[in-house]
Design a protein around this ligand. Structure first.
Ligand SMILES: C[S@@+](CC[C@H](N)C(=O)[O-])C[C@H]1O[C@@H](n2cnc3c(N)ncnc32)[C@H](O)[C@@H]1O
Length: 391
């Protein structure tokens, strides 16, 4: 069984296929860091190529069993700006154009689940139409990496197109979820593991020491998993009980008065807040503006910082949230029991890379490659399906 790989990155998707016995015919990516790491750690030839310029030697790939592709997901991801016209979105449709020329038995494309929702779905629909017109059967499935036993919540889409005529029941995985404790067991002596603790009494350290496992810094929602800035007076300044009530009321009202279809919420109009607070309105609001908690925006009042999703401390006995390119930064992700972000090795472990994979280049590039990778176990899952489609 042979395979080739487009947008191969550092080779997470590819590792899943080589582990399942597929022989690599060629991998293609335009990023020098990706190509360097791939060449040092993954079997098979890798080429630095801008795929928008086409392939110079596509005949060598003609008729491979599997063509796998993980085109960039940033334009589809709900974690980003989700621009409908993000140039990178077209790489999903380009994958179909290139696949038709290579004519693999099976095409597998991985992307974020945001590629299936709203207007953004047009790119995946176009890929689907391209492959059907070329005589392929297609199927799109959602897949949660944690349900493969991984210690990470990572919802993804796998698109399959096959010209083997095979009838296939696609079943989503539903196994027990992994835990962070197991994924990080014995990580200490492994390469690419250089923990950097936050400096004692620094601003970030003071915030981190108030956040327990499972909690994050957030002014957007209440509840036990959110720690608000006003709960950390040593960093953000103290407030009176009255002022706290105002901040919590504003938090609730800004969600109720929400105007937009995306993002967390909107400023609260002055008449609405005035009606809720009565005669104390001006004194309380002015006081909180002076303390740096509130600000005037247009005709309304809003919180100065929403901090949603910052300083998220993971819990040992749960799967990690989605590993992204910022996993080393403690202001986004905190280790369960230490005041620091995650090391490259920890991020790689959670993504399902073996410790034999030694990352090279700048640490920033290493986190980027790992955060963008298809987890090798998800690659293995896809490879198992491909085996059935070509059998
Ligand atoms: C989501 S990552 C792929 C991850 C990879 N499949 C893995 O498992 O590690 C997307 C990749 O597309 C590459 N890329 C983006 N634009 C490209 C282009 N025009 N030609 C080739 N590669 C491109 C990026 O360098 C990045 O490595």
């Amino acid at each position: 069984m042979t395979f080739a790989s487009f947008f191969s990155g550092c080779g997470g998707f590819d590792l899943g296929f080589t582990t399942r016995g597929f022989r690599p015919k060629g991998a293609f990516d335009c990023d020098p860091d990706a190509v360097e790491n791939f060449a040092a750690n993954v079997d098979g030839p890798v080429n630095r190529v801008d795929l928008t310029q086409g392939l110079s030697d596509e005949q060598s790939l003609f008729g491979v069993d599997a063509l796998i592709a993980g085109p960039p997901c940033q334009g589809f991801s709900t974690a980003g700006k989700r621009m409908l016209n993000d140039d990178r979105n077209h790489l999903l449709t380009l994958t179909g154009t290139l696949a038709r020329r290579v004519s693999p038995k099976v095409l597998v494309v991985e992307n974020v689940s945001g590629a299936l929702s709203g207007e953004h779905a047009r790119y995946l629909k176009s890929l689907d139409a391209t492959m059907r017109l070329a005589g392929y059967r297609t199927h799109t499935m959602r897949c949660e990496a944690a349900d493969l036993g991984m210690a990470q919540l990572r919802r993804r889409v796998l698109f399959f197109a096959w010209q083997t005529g095979k009838d296939m029941q696609f079943t989503e995985p539903k196994g027990p979820r992994g835990k962070l404790r197991t994924a990080l067991f014995g990580v200490d002596k492994q390469p690419n593991h250089n923990p950097r603790q936050l400096t004692n009494n620094s601003r970030e350290w003071n915030i981190a020491q108030r956040i327990k496992p499972g909690q994050k810094l957030s002014n957007v929602r209440g509840g036990t998993n959110a720690v608000a800035t006003w709960d950390i007076p040593e960093v953000f300044g103290s407030v009176t009980e009255h002022e706290r009530t105002v901040l919590e009321l504003l938090r609730r009202l800004r969600r109720q008065e929400r105007q937009r279809a995306y993002g967390d919420a909107d400023p609260v109009s002055i008449p609405r807040l005035e009606a809720a607070l009565g005669p104390r309105f001006a004194r309380l609001v002015d006081g909180l503006i002076e303390k740096g908690y509130l600000r005037r925006v247009g005709g309304g009042i809003d919180l100065v910082g929403t901090f949603n999703g910052k300083f998220r401390r993971l819990a040992w006995d749960k799967p990690s949230c989605t590993v992204d390119t910022r996993f080393g930064a403690p202001r986004y992700f905190l280790h369960p029991s230490q005041h620091r972000g995650f090391t490259v090795r920890e991020a790689a472990r959670i993504q399902g890379f073996s410790d034999n994979y030694v990352f090279r280049g700048s640490e920033q590039a290493q986190y980027r490659l790992i955060g963008n990778a298809v987890p090798p176990p998800l690659g293995e899952f896809a490879a198992t399906i491909v085996k059935q489609l070509i059998s």
